[in-house]
Design a protein around this ligand. Structure first.
Ligand code: ZN
Length: 411
């Protein structure tokens, strides 16, 4: 692995790190949460609003942008940064997760169904071969192909600052044998990605390899060693991390054990408050997850309530005439200006303003959590901060019990 000049670690607290990832479009202070801008927008928000919340990087989705509007158009429009008017760092996923989700079903479906689906069961997946994956476009049914080189080409055309290698995201309930074969193929695809990237990458683009290996310790460790030995600028941990939070921590720990300290580490698709607290403590630097923004669009907001998994469903009738804000200590426009009663009504009526206001709130909550974590690492009080948030404290900093009470229980 080459030296990671793009990443510096400024402070540590145990295994946790506070650092700076330097990219062609600016710095990302870590630990950081990366909001999803899957289809070249953080849904319902303008790029500048996302920046004003304190975010320094967003994640674009290679698969969705490949299907619509197509990388060629985005390239002609000046690249993804110009196209969406976000002139700060962008990470793009490889498309592998979405391509394979069609075959495997989503992780949520999988956990519900628990049925063995080691093969391409979805009619939209036409074939999975060494070369890549053939599938039908969800837009118009046309036959499309994506392999490691395609994914790299698309990410080069988008001009992202961090590209991810094309991988197969294996579900957690497939056999060990399937996981082993799939992980091996992901490693061969990584070699093709690094070969393509070395020759053709846009200046300054970093390539992250992805650790797979499912929930099998030997496969995870081998995969982490394999990715760590590749010429990559950073490492992402992906795939199935198990069926519960305990197993997830274990799986992430196996991977982290094998990774070089100097490499920036990204955890794919994880965004629950307790998971982030645990993973930062274990040494993860960046996260992306659909949950905070997706919850907002469905009327659920993030609040300091561990027993409710930090969630409050504003669509419940309880809030119909509530004059309380979501959180009296939050500085977002939803909390500064509006009652739960009004936001309840907007959400139930499916008004666009609801999605917008609740997205602003949830992303404010996540930004404050990450800022709190970063400061806690720098000030060597990570454990105290983590315990406080796990105990129901605001990520915004210490507040009196009284204000927390009013945030949670006044209808
Ligand atoms: Zn708020």
């Amino acid at each position: 692995m080459p030296p990671h000049q793009a990443f510096t670690i400024d402070a540590r607290a145990g295994a946790a790190r506070a650092g700076v990832l330097r990219t062609a479009h600016g710095d990302v202070r870590t630990p950081a949460f990366v909001p999803l801008a899957s289809s070249a927008t953080v849904r319902s928000l303008q790029a500048e609003e996302v920046a004003a919340l304190g975010y320094e990087m967003v994640l674009g989705n290679t698969f969705h942008l490949f299907i619509q509007p197509g990388p060629e158009l985005i390239e002609r429009m000046g690249g993804l940064h110009e196209f969406m008017a976000w002139r700060r760092p962008i990470i793009t996923d490889s498309g592998g997760f979405q391509v394979f989700s069609m075959g495997h079903g989503s992780v949520a479906e999988e956990v519900k169904r628990r049925r063995d689906r080691g093969t391409a069961a979805d009619p939209r997946i036409l074939s999975i071969e060494e070369e890549g994956v053939r599938f039908r476009s969800y837009l118009d049914g046309s036959e499309r192909f994506m392999g490691p080189e395609t994914s790299m080409e698309v990410q080069a055309a988008l001009g992202s600052d961090v590209a991810l290698a094309f991988d197969e995201c294996t579900p957690f309930n497939v056999s060990r044998d399937y996981t082993a074969r799939s992980t091996e193929r992901t490693h061969r695809w990584l070699d093709r990605c690094t070969a393509w990237h070395e020759r053709n990458a846009p200046p300054g683009q970093l390539l992250y390899g992805i650790v797979q290996g499912g929930v099998y310790e030997d496969l995870r460790r081998e995969s982490a060693q394999r990715v760590a030995a590749a010429p990559v600028g950073g490492i992402a941990v992906g795939g199935s991390l198990g069926q519960d939070k305990g197993q997830m921590q274990e799986v992430v720990a196996w991977a982290l054990d094998e990774l070089p300290d100097a490499a920036p580490r990204h955890l794919l698709g994880i965004g629950d408050v307790d998971d982030i607290l645990g993973a930062v403590a274990a040494g993860i630097d960046t996260f992306d997850c659909a949950t905070p923004t997706r919850l907002a669009r469905h009327g659920t907001v993030l609040v300091p309530d561990p027993e409710a998994r930090w969630r409050l469903d504003l669509t419940k009738a309880t809030w119909r005439e509530s004059r309380a804000p979501i959180d009296p200590n939050c500085r977002c426009p939803a909390c500064r200006e509006h009652t739960r009663g009004y936001l309840h009504y907007l959400s139930r009526a499916k008004e666009l303003t609801a999605a917008r206001l609740l997205t602003l709130h949830n992303l404010t909550f996540m930004a404050e959590l990450m800022r709190g974590l970063r400061e806690a690492v720098i000030e060597s009080r990570l454990e105290g901060y983590r315990d406080a948030v796990l105990g129901g404290a605001e990520p915004f900093g210490p507040v009196s019990a009284g204000s927390r009470e009013s945030a949670l229980s006044i209808p």
